[in-house]
Design a protein around this ligand. Sequence first.
Ligand SMILES: [Zn+2]
Length: 145
Amino acid sequence: MTDFGTFVDELRAAANPYASFDDRKAFRARHATLLAQMLVCLDEVGVIGANPMHVDPPAHCDLCSADLAQEVVFIDGETRLDSTTVSDPDGVTRQIGAWANMCFACFSRDGVAVGWGSGQLYVQRRPGEWQCIAGGDPRAQDVDE
Ligand SMILES: [Zn+2]
């Protein structure tokens, strides 16, 4: 486990405006479980939380078939499974894993990260009503975008 001082130093480095996409993605992946747990706690204490509701939430985890109605959170995100090679418009090649709706246990084992382009973290506010608390489009102006 990473000590908190090291985590904060790495967070500040990743948040630097000159940090690359790949450096930021690596930071998110290195601390995926801690970041997801921290986001849920930050939501619980009211630091974050005003984000869109899921318009068509999944009923089950795509990986283990867990009934998501019994879960507090799920992650709609990239997995470490079934990766394929993709090239962006600049010709940069990356390995991208298959996407899945994951319960927290499956995310901790097979998920990549929470963050735009990696995964959205949803909290169940009322039965069947899921709100994105992290990882949504940082530039979205409307819930339909
Ligand atoms: Zn699962």
